[in-house]
Design a binder for this molecule. Structure first.
Ligand SMILES: Cc1cc2nc3c(=O)[nH]c(=O)nc-3n(C[C@H](O)[C@H](O)[C@H](O)COP(=O)(O)OP(=O)(O)OC[C@H]3O[C@@H](n4cnc5c(N)ncnc54)[C@H](O)[C@@H]3O)c2cc1C
Length: 478
């Protein structure tokens, strides 16, 4: 006898969505989190640390599958899209299309309430410490309850939605499907603040009320970017992400000792929007630090009795670091797959394999290619990025790349522009190489293994291509 059909560990966006989906399909679901029912999805003591931006298409996907609606208050401010600016602020590139600058605590609560409405039980203030594993199959979770007592809970399928530092993923038995650790070089260390700022400020290079702005700048945000996202009531979400390795290289070159906090302070000082500003610390959610993974999602995301969704599977987009959309998609598909496994009585690797294929088809197919493009970007200094964005790709080609579709670069038109120095030549050659490899990756993922048997060969190819890119284009921010 098991306690539940489906255990969902983590009541963030992916977990609450998964629980809502499995509940809607009539399964007996337990949703667990270390937070109370009043604060679902709070990531750490720092709050709901996030840039809060999400594409509308992802919200629509959830509504279509759950049949729910979100209040205007939870969706926050409507934006036209995300716009990335080159280091010299001379070139703009749009991402993602229309979307929202969410009120993250309210949005998380709406998904959580949907899970409860669909019949999920909630166990709050429970710290998950690891999976119960018997005969190489996950049978549930163990951890400490509200009273600090050790407790075991069993389920037919366990969904891991514990976020990036998941103790379930990290304590799985050795296996070839899911990497237990995320490479430090594939993490962005991030920090963000919510400020009240001057709403009348008008310079779309620094603040745009209609768009979420990203500032690419390898000196201000080595290996990452800074962002200024508008919110309702004249507030902004401002933050910065860095790659540890790029920061080290940049500090060494300039004899500097900057860290994430000092870089954010400098970024805020640099931006004229913040001539005057005030922290909005509502719900102690005004200042926070956490990490986002910018690698491709785990090559495989299931193990006998176990499905991973959202950040626990490193599913954020490697180029934009947007993880809400993939966490929502992962949640819907994990909830559905778990329900099917309960019905068929087959939670074996083969039985759950369809989750991998469905996720890859719905969202994950272009993420390995995006990772290559991220590696390419991190290998360039500011001048190379400025020059490359202006000279090597057209606006339309750049947009295609941000959607993971690979354009046929109109090379002949550009070759004449290439001979403007060795740096530019190297960048150009790397761009051509990268887009070629992205195409290969997309083809590889279009043919995702139909069963675990074909998986080892697939994974070998993926890992070898990523390693080749890292060796060819090491981080070189300055
Ligand atoms: C600074 C920053 C900015 C970002 N900006 C954006 C953005 O603008 N747009 C975007 O799309 N994405 C953004 N992301 C990424 C996005 O926030 C994540 O991808 C998303 O939150 C993933 O959701 P999740 O449900 O998988 O995990 P999480 O949101 O991390 O939820 C995990 C849940 O599990 C709980 N939990 C964890 N461990 C335990 C445990 N041991 N026991 C019990 N409970 C536990 C946590 O408390 C939490 O409730 C950003 C991330 C950061 C850090």
């Amino acid at each position: 006898m098991v306690d539940y059909d489906v255990i969902v560990a983590g009541a963030g966006v992916s977990g609450s969505t998964a629980a809502a989906m499995a509940g809607k399909l009539g399964k007996r679901v337990l949703l667990i989190d270390r937070n109370s029912a009043q604060e679902p999805g709070k990531k750490t003591v720092w709050g709901w640390v996030c840039g809060d931006a999400v594409a509308r298409s992802h919200i629509t996907y959830v509504q279509k599958n759950l049949g729910n609606t979100f209040s205007d208050a939870a969706l926050g401010l409507k934006v036209d899209g995300v716009v990335a600016l080159s280091p010299d602020l001379g070139y703009k590139l749009p991402f993602d299309g229309e979307g929202y600058s969410l009120e993250r605590p309210l949005f998380g609560k709406a998904l959580f309430d949907e899970a409860l409405k669909n019949g999920a039980e909630f166990k709050g203030k429970f710290s998950v410490e690891g999976p119960i594993v018997e005969d190489n199959k996950v049978k549930g979770v163990y951890g400490k309850n509200e009273k600090g007592e050790e407790e075991k809970i069993t389920g037919k399928v366990t969904i891991d939605a514990l976020g990036i530092a998941s103790l379930l993923r990290r304590k799985l038995p050795e296996n070839q499907y899911i990497d237990k650790e995320i490479d430090y070089e594939d993490l962005e260390l991030t920090g963000r603040f919510i400020y009240h700022a001057d709403e009348s400020f008008d310079d779309p290079k620094y603040y745009d009320r209609k768009n979420a702005l990203i500032h690419l700048n390898q000196q201000m945000a080595p290996g990452g970017y800074g962002w200024v996202f508008p919110k309702t009531d004249g507030r902004v979400n401002v933050g910065l992400g860095v790659q540890h390795r790029s920061l080290e290289i940049r500090n060494k070159k300039f004899g500097a000792s900057d860290n994430l906090k000092s870089l954010i302070e400098k970024y805020v000082k640099w931006n004229p929007l913040f001539k005057s500003y005030k922290l909005d610390n509502t719900g102690k959610n005004g200042e926070g630090y956490w990490s986002v993974s910018v690698r491709r999602q785990m090559e495989g995301m299931v193990y006998p009795g176990y499905i991973g969704a959202g950040d626990s599977m490193a599913s954020a987009n490697p180029l934009s670091a947007g993880g809400i959309g993939p966490a929502l998609i992962g949640g819907i598909l994990a909830g559905r797959e778990a329900a099917t496994a309960v019905e068929t009585g087959d939670a074996s690797l083969e039985g759950l394999w369809n989750f991998n294929s469905a996720y890859v088809k719905q969202y994950g197919k272009s993420m390995a290619g995006m990772e290559l493009f991220r590696i390419f970007l991190q290998s360039m200094n500011n001048q190379d990025i400025d020059y490359g964005m202006k000279s090597f790709i057209t606006y339309e080609e750049a947009v295609e790349i941000t959607y993971g579709r690979i354009p046929e670069l109109s090379l002949t038109k550009k070759v004449s522009k290439v001979v403007k120095g060795m740096g530019a030549l190297r960048t150009f050659k790397d761009l051509v190489w990268t887009t070629q490899k992205m195409k290969e990756f997309n083809n590889l993922y279009a043919d995702y293994p139909k069963s675990p048997k074909e998986f080892p060969e697939f994974k070998k190819k993926v890992v070898s291509m990523v390693n080749e890119a890292k060796a060819r284009m090491p981080s070189s921010p300055v």
